[in-house]
Design a protein around this ligand. Structure first.
Ligand code: GLU
Length: 290
């Protein structure tokens, strides 16, 4: 039997905090208990926000916590061509359409629709109003003409079209700390026509994560509950791209003393800070239950 493969996949756009430490330690703990491998992946597609010093700190923080991982480490920014191949496959299947809307266009269309219907716009699981579908009805010719003129555009999932060709139902298997598995229903339509290739980046989190999990042979994805709803979309992308669906475990989030989610922006207790203050990494491990 092939060994289970786990990964911790942080984005180097800020300092790691206790929540990241928990996720990394949990992945490594699963890998150890399941006799599996543990990989680190740097999710740095957002070149404008990711910085080399944050990437260096990820390596230092994780090593300080006592973790080891296999080399080489996959850095997403070195693999845009892999995401392009996957995007072309989605395009070939007619699963995506180009969208030329600016944020302002989208906000205006949503406000207009809300005024017309007297109802708030439906929202995705992250609370963002669903794209109102403005560019879905553009003719192929018009879209091509605008692309030929280098008009900035993103590519969105054609959720209504997919409903006809791949109506589902979708599901995946989740596992718990003891390795027990169960099937969970997935509803990718909750995300509407979500962006699969961004305007300013030739991929998106959703596309890259699905491509990389498959290319790296990840069998078990362990990540925070804040990404649980995204798994529904990932399952759809895996079906569309003919990729295997790993098993998933979405862990609870480490909260600050006020009960709020830790965030890179809010200077939540960063591991770098803890390191600089001379805190014993064993204390951190114990505090997080390892
Ligand atoms: N890069 C994502 C983050 O830092 C995690 C992606 C994943 O685990 O699927 O939140």
């Amino acid at each position: 039997m092939t060994k289970p493969v786990f990964r911790f996949a942080p984005s180097p756009n800020g300092q790691l905090h206790l929540g990241h430490a928990y996720s990394a330690l949990l992945n490594a703990d699963f890998a150890r208990r399941f006799g599996g491998r543990f990989l680190l992946r740097i999710e740095d597609i957002d070149i404008a926000r990711c910085r080399p010093e944050f990437e260096a700190a990820i390596h230092e923080d994780l090593a300080w916590l006592g973790l080891t991982w296999e080399l080489p480490v996959r850095r997403q920014s070195e693999h845009f061509s892999d995401y392009r191949v996957a995007f072309l496959q989605l395009k070939e299947r007619g699963a995506v359409y180009p969208c030329f809307c600016s944020r302002k266009d989208i906000a205006a269309a949503i406000a207009c629709r809300e005024a017309e219907t007297g109802r708030p716009s439906p929202r995705d699981p992250d609370g963002t109003p669903l794209y109102p579908g403005t560019c879905r009805s553009l003719s192929g010719e018009e879209a091509e003409r605008r692309i030929a003129k280098s008009e900035p555009h993103a590519w969105r999932l054609d959720s209504a079209g997919l409903q006809h060709i791949l109506p589902g139902p979708y599901h995946y298997r989740r596992f718990d700390r003891e390795g027990r598995e169960e099937t969970v229903a997935a509803d990718p339509r909750r995300w509407g026509d979500t962006v699969i290739v961004r305007k300013e980046t030739p991929t998106s989190y959703h596309l890259s994560v699905v491509v990389d999990d498959a290319l790296q042979g990840i069998t078990h994805v362990v990540r925070g509950q804040d990404l649980e709803a995204a798994t529904d979309l990932h399952v759809l992308l895996q079906v569309l791209l003919g990729l295997p669906t790993p098993l998933y475990h979405h862990h609870g989030l480490v909260l600050d003393p006020m009960g709020d989610k830790l965030a890179k922006r809010r200077q939540s207790t960063s591991l770098a800070e803890a390191r600089a203050e001379g805190i014993d990494p064993q204390d951190i491990r114990r505090r997080l239950g390892f």
